[in-house]
Ligand binder design. Structure first.
Ligand SMILES: NC(=O)c1ccc[n+]([C@@H]2O[C@H](COP(=O)([O-])OP(=O)(O)OC[C@H]3O[C@@H](n4cnc5c(N)ncnc54)[C@H](OP(=O)(O)O)[C@@H]3O)[C@@H](O)[C@H]2O)c1
Length: 346
């Protein structure tokens, strides 16, 4: 019988309480050992709700011998410090997206993990949903011909002004929070050998707004397939992509965060009309957790080039965006595309 991985959670983050901790229940491959919060009452509240030990302070959780792995859903600007400390304490790490807010830090952490024989994974969950494999199958069967372009959008309505997403010091902003999804889906279908051709970021209306609230980017593969990516914290809610081919196209709505009971729909349009395929529901949260736990069991601690490539593309989008003046961010086109140094199959 496999032994359950004993998991600790750094913080009582909304995503932990709402999506991840409920998904741990009834799994034979994991046991929730402890939840840590800066606030003892919150630690107790969350621990009581999910039946585990309550710990005050993240460091104390990392000192525990009954924790094999930690889940890190802290604000992005704190990921580097706490992932590094968790790895130094000998824990495997599932870190929320974005893994860090710097390519250098992400690369360093992947090497730190590999050197210790520890698993480090970035928690983009949607690639673990079966609907995208179904789209890949349709494409490889030639259903839409040769892929010409991809458009992907992830926008959500404005959040509470106190939200971590509006705090620059915590790694806030639409690019870090949402932009990574369209980038990840472009990598999933087109591969990681992408170049950022153009990008734009927009801040809020006030001149001193600290973070980007929306943006666009245009990426290109070496053989000329374009990806147009849109992301924003200023709504409406849209979570979708469309892949256009030489003979038709494929559209997926509810692409990035479908609930486990949602029957996904894929629309395939060709000259003869549209066909709607309805798939069985799938649980991307459980699947993503399962993949992390399987990697631990199988000792799969190879450095993850994919998360470094992801961070490079996100950083390149920010660099290309070149904010020019408050509230107006022009599209910029580089003189020459930079060389791509990391490649993985997506
Ligand atoms: N994969 C997904 O589908 C998904 C969805 C949503 C969010 N996320 C990611 O999950 C992470 C957390 O997002 P969230 O929406 O859950 O955020 P959140 O509810 O604000 O939680 C962040 C937690 O970090 C802790 N924290 C430590 N220092 C803090 C500080 N200076 N200010 C604020 N909080 C601090 C707090 O926990 P304590 O008070 O308990 O210490 C807080 O509850 C982000 O990386 C985000 O991108 C992923």
């Amino acid at each position: 019988m496999m032994s359950a991985v004993r998991l600790g959670v750094l913080s009582g983050a909304d995503i932990a309480v709402r999506r991840i901790l409920p998904a741990l229940r009834d799994r034979p491959d994991v046991r929730l050992a402890a939840v840590a919060s800066r606030d003892p009452a919150k630690a107790r509240r969350v621990a009581d709700a999910f039946g585990c030990a309550a710990v005050t302070g993240y460091e104390k959780l990392l000192e525990r011998d009954d924790v094999d792995a930690v889940y890190v859903p802290l604000p992005p600007g704190l990921h580097t410090e706490w992932v590094s400390r968790a790895l130094a304490a000998g824990k495997h790490v599932l870190v929320e997206k974005p893994a860090t807010v710097s390519v250098t830090d992400t690369a360093r952490l992947t090497l730190q993990a590999a050197a210790r024989g520890l698993v480090l994974r970035e928690n983009y969950m949607f690639p673990h949903h079966a609907q995208h494999r179904a789209v890949r199958d349709l494409i490889s069967r030639g259903e839409i011909g040769r892929v010409r372009s991809l458009t992907a959008t992830f926008t959500i309505p404005p959040r509470d002004p106190a939200d971590i997403r509006y705090q620059a010091a915590l790694g806030g902003g639409a690019l870090f929070d949402l932009g990574g999804y369209p980038v990840r889906v472009a990598r999933y279908f087109l591969g990681s050998n992408l170049t950022v051709l153009a990008a734009g970021l927009r801040t809020g209306a006030a001149a001193d707004d600290p973070v980007d609230v929306a943006g666009h980017a245009v990426l290109c593969t070496t053989d000329g397939v374009l990806a147009h990516l849109t992301f924003g914290l200023d709504g409406p809610y849209r979570s979708e992509y469309r892949i256009a081919g030489s003979r038709g196209d494929i559209e997926v709505n509810r692409a990035f965060t479908p609930p486990a009971d949602h029957p996904p729909e894929i629309t395939v349009t060709r000259s003869g009309g549209s066909e709607r395929l309805v798939l069985p529901p799938d649980d991307q949260v459980g699947n993503a957790l399962g993949a992390f736990l399987r990697a631990i069991r199988e000792g799969d601690s190879h450095p993850d080039a994919g998360i470094v490539r992801q961070a490079q593309l996100v950083e390149e989008i920010r660099r290309r965006a070149c904010p020019a003046q408050p509230a107006v961010r022009s599209l910029t086109r580089p003189a020459a595309a930079p060389p791509v140094r990391w490649a993985d199959p997506g």
